[in-house]
Write a protein that binds this ligand. Structure first.
Ligand SMILES: C[S@@+](CC[C@H](N)C(=O)[O-])C[C@H]1O[C@@H](n2cnc3c(N)ncnc32)[C@H](O)[C@@H]1O
Length: 279
């Protein structure tokens, strides 16, 4: 085992320093991830089905107007939102990095006459211009981006929206923070989330107070002593910090809620949902 390399990797990296390893689009991880998405009761990867149902009702009844017809669903995953919105008559484009999730999403709408298009693509490379009435980014994906990626995405969203179009998304807040989250743990398994074969995983959690961001760093060592490194960021926002960001990118009239079911804004909530408009 290359202990020196492990010691090196386990140092706290610079804020937002990414690893090269695939995550959402890794063949094994995306399979495990899809299983998590599809668990109706499990609030991870996708919200519970109960939550999604209420969220869709709120969006359609209280947020969308008659003009809102064309929707771009970024990071659509297995298409829970996209499919239901298309069933309600909206024209939907769903984009996701995970081939496996998009294949699943496509299979769900086969033979149905829905106005829906799914595409495997990195949303950071999109180039739509004034095409959509609504852009959605559901389940706190904005906070998983580095600041540079976030800014790039906000430019892409702004360009993709028609004037007056809506951008809706949610983020985790610092109310998720638990001081005990910072630390180290390990796991030794026959097969699991990170690999279908036996592996040892070393997990470290770092906190960057300057950006209110956590990093979960997972070092995975397989039977052949090969080392893989995964870095997952979690950038917390509040009403003030997200307002500052949105103001910089030409968004106006921000409305805040505790979640994407339309729960009234509460500063003690663990999530913050935002509906904002392109100028
Ligand atoms: C937390 S999941 C939410 C999925 C879906 N919105 C839902 O609520 O069921 C985040 C999704 O974003 C996708 N994703 C992450 N980074 C992406 C990127 N750069 N481009 C496209 N999709 C991305 C992942 O593959 C994953 O399906």
């Amino acid at each position: 085992m290359d202990i020196k390399k492990l010691i090196n990797l386990s140092q706290k990296p610079k804020l937002f320093e990414r690893s090269e390893q695939k995550f959402w689009d890794d063949p094994h991880i995306s399979k495990k991830m899809l299983e998590i998405h599809l668990d109706p009761e499990f609030d991870a990867a996708s919200r519970t089905h109960e939550f999604i149902k209420k969220s869709l009702s709120w969006l359609v009844d209280s947020i969308f107007t008659e003009q809102d017809q064309k929707i771009l669903d970024l990071g659509c995953g297995p298409g829970f939102y996209s499919k239901e919105l298309a069933k309600k008559g909206y024209s939907v484009t769903g984009i996701d990095l995970s081939k496996r999730s998009i294949e699943y999403a496509k299979a769900q709408v086969q033979k149905k006459e829905l106005n829906i298009e799914y595409k495997v693509q990195n949303f950071l490379t999109l180039d739509f211009e004034k095409e959509f009435d609504v852009v959605s980014l559901v389940y706190c994906e904005l906070g998983a981006l580095t600041n540079r990626e976030r800014d790039r995405l906000l430019n892409i969203v702004n360009k993709a929206l028609k004037p007056g179009g809506k951008f809706l998304f949610d983020v985790f807040t610092a109310n998720n923070r638990d001081e005990n989250d910072v630390g180290r743990s390990w796991d030794l398994v026959q097969k699991g989330f990170w690999d279908a074969k036996p592996y040892l995983s070393l997990t470290e959690t770092f906190y960057y107070s300057e950006a209110d961001t956590y990093l979960n760093q997972i070092i995975v060592i397989n039977e052949k002593d090969e080392i893989s490194l995964y870095r997952i960021f979690d950038h917390f926002y509040n009403k003030e910090t997200i307002t500052k960001v949105l103001d910089n990118f030409g968004f106006i009239n921000h409305s805040f809620y505790s979640d994407l079911k339309g729960k009234k804004y509460d500063p003690s909530s663990k999530t913050l949902a935002v509906v904002t408009e392109k100028l």
